[in-house]
Design a protein around this ligand. Sequence first.
Ligand code: UDP
Ligand code: MG
Length: 325
Amino acid sequence: MAATAPGRQAWRQLMRNSCRGPATPSNLLRQQHRAFTRQASSTTQSSSPRRVVTQSPSTFLRRQPLAQRSYSSGSQGHNTPPRSNSQVKFWPFLIVIAFGSGGYVLLANRRKKMPPTTEPAPATPAFSPADVTVLFVLGGPGAGKGTQCARLVKDYHFTHLSAGDLLRAEQDRPGSQYGALIRDCIKNGAIVPMEVTVALLENAMRDTIRASGNKKFLIDGFPRKMDQAFKFEEVVCPAKLVLFYDCPEAEMEKRLLERGKTSGRADDNAESIRKRFRTFVETSMPVVDHYEAENRVVKVDSTPTPDQVYADTQEKLRKVLGDKL
Ligand code: UDP
Ligand code: MG
């Protein structure tokens, strides 16, 4: 991913801030905006056009009107013979060209030896994967991620962090500056800007480790977009694998409409469900494909009953993780 320079600046600012406070990424978007503005204004200044006029000495001489050439006026009105062009002094131009070229070559060689300045060094993740286990749990809306995570927590002592639950808690937190933004995204099945979600997850991991010492995490419903995946692994912790629950859309829709009768969730209705499906296919499936290409996906068919799906999950995870499970 080519994270742009303004994005990186904003991110550093963001993380400095989020480490100081409790579980809220307060002021982060405002600081991000400032970083973007700074970058944008410096780019505008540096890109103002500059006219560079280059002319070789001979072109310059050819363009001078004859009457103004001091060296060609000697014969007019006098008996002295006209001076030929061969007497024109070129050596000052040659000296200028020689020094100019020499200087250019020296500068070019010097720049080659300097380290490249465009790409800043990559950030170090907050947690080492040798110390902290992270499994991403993905699947379409209603695929059964939450149900399976609850069982894995019970049997294997994971801490379950649902990105959706963290966002809903932040949305309902009195005084949160992201409440309206999160509410709007959830209703429309859109993805909340990654800065908010990644900061909420990092804070939740930090709090869990501090409070209980547990360093095994199931991160449910995240990453839903490539930028989130890259940012989380870069600044928080590289994931061990992706547990992907595969389920046909018709089955997921049936489950969500059933859940909607009692869940009280603003997005468990026919219209929001349609939008969530579209976001999943267009934005989240490329994340699964990316990890699949890296051989980091454990895929489980989640159409059967929860018990059958769980048995399959355990078997496949044991094969890959062994006693790390
Ligand atoms: N969401 C988001 N980023 C995330 C995770 C969730 O923006 O990383 C938002 C998104 O609008 C999504 C909603 O939260 O549709 C509900 O997510 P949740 O994981 O609770 O839905 P589920 O997949 O469990 O049905
Ligand atoms: Mg869920």
